[in-house]
Design a protein around this ligand. Structure first.
Ligand SMILES: NC(=O)C1=CN([C@@H]2O[C@H](COP(=O)(O)OP(=O)(O)OC[C@H]3O[C@@H](n4cnc5c(N)ncnc54)[C@H](OP(=O)(O)O)[C@@H]3O)[C@@H](O)[C@H]2O)C=CC1
Ligand SMILES: N[C@@H](CC=O)C(=O)O
Length: 812
């Protein structure tokens, strides 16, 4: 990939030119395979003026720590040093061409001479300079690989521009750092900056502690006013609980800033409290994404509306201490927070909970100021969410979840975004699961995108508000997208179902398939359902993309279900593979449960032998009404205006619609066939076949004579006109056809109400007395009702579906 590609690719994918910061952690850069993956992510997601922040290659910092320790203990470290040198030389050789490799290897050897010297003579003073090598080597190598293969890039040592007060108090001097950075940064080159390291005001090398590279990345964002920071890491997002402990944990797609800060404060391993600090005064959004699968949407942290604020998560820690002292009251709350940032501080109960690592500082302060203090190991479990401390319902549920557990107290005063319970014993995985279940059991949010706002789509939407109100399974369904053939309205925070069409009219933008697919890929919902109420083949071709993303489809559109055998089989396999549910109850018989019945017979072990009947509501209505007194074309216009026909009524008259329906049912019954295998008699005269729909409707009087003749002939035989579909198995396999028939007027297929469909199913279990399903087979209400039935069915299925959390090293 070239620099032009990098720019073009990035622009077309993000549509933005603002600077973005990308940070790759050590495990994402652990070996040449990982680095190749990082390069791929850079090609897909970076723009040329972006900043990439890197940690040391996986394991290198640990080895540098170890070398310092060995030097301190005066143990021979030669072998450890040589191993590290060998490992890094190997990485360089694997990734670069000979010339670049020998250049970098030479630089590395010089560094190792320096490293040896420091270890031998000055390891104490030079400790941070020794540790800093890890990031310097990593940035230098990545920059060299990019320069060789992808685009101009330069490596920067962050110690040359990030200045902090001191290692103990790592507040950044932003003005100075920004100035220095602007002097060093080269435009039209990708900047690869070292994470984890900075300098203090005295010019000494400092490290930024745990998650230090994440902190570097957000500092860089604050320096440059970046729009986004992405932490590319080995997890694919922040979950509602630790997924290794709680298998039912849900990914939190969007976290409000305050909630993320509270999670970090309580010890979330991905969100360190320092990481979020530089962004406090900026509109920058922080993303957590997986470098092992960059296409999975991760977690976005920023400013969000109502829905994201509803999310709850549960976190716990067993590494905390309860501080008791009769002098605790000497410590005011503000002072306690400035000095120790305790997890809990409850003045009334004279109770303070701190992290284990704070024990030394706390005990020193008490000893020097007021007197004795004791520490007792305890645990905490907390529910975290936007302003939960003010939510009585959340508190009540939290208390109920803990009713069988020994607790010291529930504390809600520490932060408005958490309610914490202090436990005298460790917090067990069982308790975490119970509390998580209680707090999040009804929290699965389902997004719905409706494509097609015509005849049926409009009726479907008009029923939606009441359905959501009445059907408890739809409680967490949110209408998030509306599409017509030319316009689209997507609103991640939900479109009011009551105002849907009005909002569409006012706010919809031009339909852009690429933007739509990008949104669908990154949608923030637990599940997403696309309801296809279009008659469009083009739209049906997007099902592949939907299923690839695990998106569910309800299709009233018959194209996909009646596509070629190969395509159809591919689609069903893809849906199954990705856990997508595909329902199409209304593709045959509108709201009648015919698809369901055939599916159920087959699922239960029955074998369908024949399916026949009247499958077109339109033709049923027309032939029931047509007695020659009103021209056929006039009746057709009437059927169209009632919403019975296909948008182009020739789909009905040509038999194509019935042919599709027979194919769909035969496939559901387990047979492999395609449209071409079903003989079809068209009732559309040749001269009307290739006209536009509008012109066809204008010329529809040309149908009149043809139907009049058919009617006269049928009547002369004492019969009536019907359009019949028939599929049956025989010795040669099967036979399938759809076409016009003259039936006795007392035939079961003739005695129908206008618009009725009738389905006759013969099977092993229904041989002598076939199974009959009969009722209205077209129309706005029954079809919209049938789509709602699919929506309820999908939501019921999804309510019991568990997410498979993918964690590197656990199940990947
Ligand atoms: N009528 C019935 O009784 C039954 C109908 N159905 C099926 O329901 C579907 C809809 O029928 P109906 O409501 O009558 O059709 P309409 O023509 O009234 O409405 C179709 C809608 O789909 C939109 N659309 C067309 N192409 C696309 C596209 N590529 N992307 C997004 N939107 C698109 C149209 O947009 P625009 O307005 O811009 O053209 C319009 O909003 C059909 O597939 C039909 O077979 C199924 C069972 C029964
Ligand atoms: N045009 C169709 C509508 C439903 O699929 C019919 O008349 O049956």
């Amino acid at each position: 990939m070239t620099i032009e590609n990098l720019i073009k690719h990035a622009n077309t994918h993000t549509g933005k030119l603002a600077i973005n910061v990308h940070k790759f952690g050590g495990s994402s850069l652990a070996n040449s395979e990982c680095i190749e993956r990082v390069i791929d992510i850079i090609c897909r997601h970076c723009q040329i003026n972006d900043i990439v922040v890197v940690s040391a290659n996986g394991g290198v910092t640990d080895q540098l720590f170890n070398l310092c320790q060995l030097a301190k203990d005066e143990v021979d470290y030669t072998e450890a040093l040589n191993n590290l040198h060998f490992q890094l030389k190997g990485l360089i050789a694997e990734l670069l061409n000979e010339q670049n490799s020998s250049y970098l290897t030479k630089q590395l050897s010089d560094d190792f001479l320096q490293l040896s010297d420091w270890l031998a003579n000055d390891y104490k003073q030079q400790r941070n300079n020794i540790l800093a090598f890890g990031e310097v080597w990593s940035a230098r190598l990545l920059s060299a690989v990019l320069n060789e293969r992808i685009c101009p890039s330069h490596a920067l040592d962050s110690r040359d521009f990030i200045q902090i007060a001191s290692e103990q108090e790592p507040q950044v001097n932003y003005d100075y750092s920004r100035d220095q950075f602007n002097q060093l940064k080269q435009t039209h080159q990708l900047t690869i900056a070292t994470g984890y390291i900075a300098r203090d005001v005295n010019g000494q090398s400092c490290t930024l502690g745990r998650n230090g590279s994440d902190y570097s990345a957000t500092i860089m964002a604050a320096l440059t006013g970046a729009a986004n920071v992405t932490l590319w890491t080995d997890v694919d997002g922040i979950y509602s609980a630790d997924p290794r402990v709680v298998p039912a944990a849900r990914k939190l797609h969007r976290l409000p800033n305050g909630v993320a800060r509270e999670l970090g404060r309580l010890g979330n391993p991905v969100l360190h409290v320092n990481t979020l600090k530089p962004l406090e005064e900026h509109a920058t959004h922080l993303h957590v994404a997986s470098s092992f699968d960059s296409e999975i949407s991760g977690t976005e942290i920023g400013k969000f509306g109502f829905l994201a604020k509803q999310e709850l998560s549960v976190t716990y820690s067993n590494d905390v201490l309860l501080v008791s002292s009769e002098h605790l009251s000497a410590l005011s709350k503000p002072e306690a927070f400035t000095r120790f940032s305790p997890i809990c501080f409850d003045e009334k109960q004279a109770l303070m909970v701190i992290k284990q690592e704070q024990q030394k500082a706390v005990s020193q302060w008490f000893a020097s100021k007021v007197g004795d203090v004791t520490f007792k190991p305890v645990a905490i479990i907390a529910v975290v969410g936007h302003k939960v401390a003010e939510r009585g319902d959340v508190k009540a549920r939290f208390k109920r979840a803990l009713e069988n557990t020994r607790t010291l107290d529930v504390v809600s005063s520490t932060s408005e975004h958490s309610i914490i319970s202090v436990l005298p014993d460790s917090c067990s995985p069982e308790l975490t699961n119970v509390v998580h279940h209680e707090m999040t059991k009804d929290a699965k949010h389902i997004g719905v995108v409706v494509a097609g706002l015509g005849n049926i789509g409009e009726r479907f939407l008009s029923l939606l508000p009441n359905q959501i109100k009445r059907q408890s399974v739809l409680e967490n369904v949110h209408l998030v997208g509306l599409l017509s053939s030319k316009k689209a309205l997507i609103n991640t925070d939900g479109i009011s179902p009551k105002q849907a069409l009005l909002q569409f009219e006012k706010q919809a933008k031009d339909y852009d398939e690429t933007l739509l697919l990008t949104w669908l890929k990154n949608h923030p919902y637990d599940e997403l359902i696309v309801v296809d109420i279009t008659p469009s083949e083009t739209f049906s071709l997007l099902y592949r993309e939907f299923f690839q993303q695990g998106i569910h489809v309800i299709g009233a559109n018959k194209w996909a279900a009646s596509s070629s055998t190969e395509y159809y089989n591919g689609l069903t396999a893809l849906a199954e593979q990705n856990g997508s549910v595909w329902l199409g109850n209304t593709t045959v018989g509108a709201g009648l449960p015919i698809n369901f019945a055939i599916n159920d017979l087959r699922r239960s072990g029955d074998e369908v032998k024949a399916i026949s009947g009247i499958f077109s509501g339109t033709l049923s209505w027309l032939f029931e009404q047509y007695d020659g007194s009103v021209p056929f074309s006039e009746l057709l216009t009437n059927a169209l205006s009632q919403g019975l026909t296909e948008p182009d009524p020739r789909e009905d008259l040509s038999g194509r619609d019935v042919q599709r329906k027979l194919l769909i049912l035969a496939r559901l019954a387990g047979f492999t066939l395609s449209l071409e295998d079903i003989e079809c008699q068209s009732l559309v005269p040749e001269q009307l076949v290739s006209l536009s729909t509008q012109d066809f409707l204008k010329q529809s009087h040309l149908l009149d004579e043809l139907f009049e003749n058919q009617l006269l002939q049928a009547k002369s035989e004492g019969k009536c006109l019907r359009y019949i579909a028939k599929f049956e198995i025989n010795e040669d396999g099967y036979q399938a056809n759809v076409g016009l028939a003259f039936l006795d007027t007392d035939d079961a297929f003739a005695r129908l109400n206008p618009c009725d469909n009738i389905f006759k199913i013969e099977s092993q279990w229904y041989q002598d007395n076939p199974l009959i399903i009969r009722g209205p087979g077209a129309g706005r209400d029954v079809t919209a009702g049938g789509i709602h039935s699919d929506l309820v069915a999908i939501c019921e299925q999804l309510s019991t579906k568990q997410h498979q959390v993918k964690i590197k090293g656990l199940n990947e």
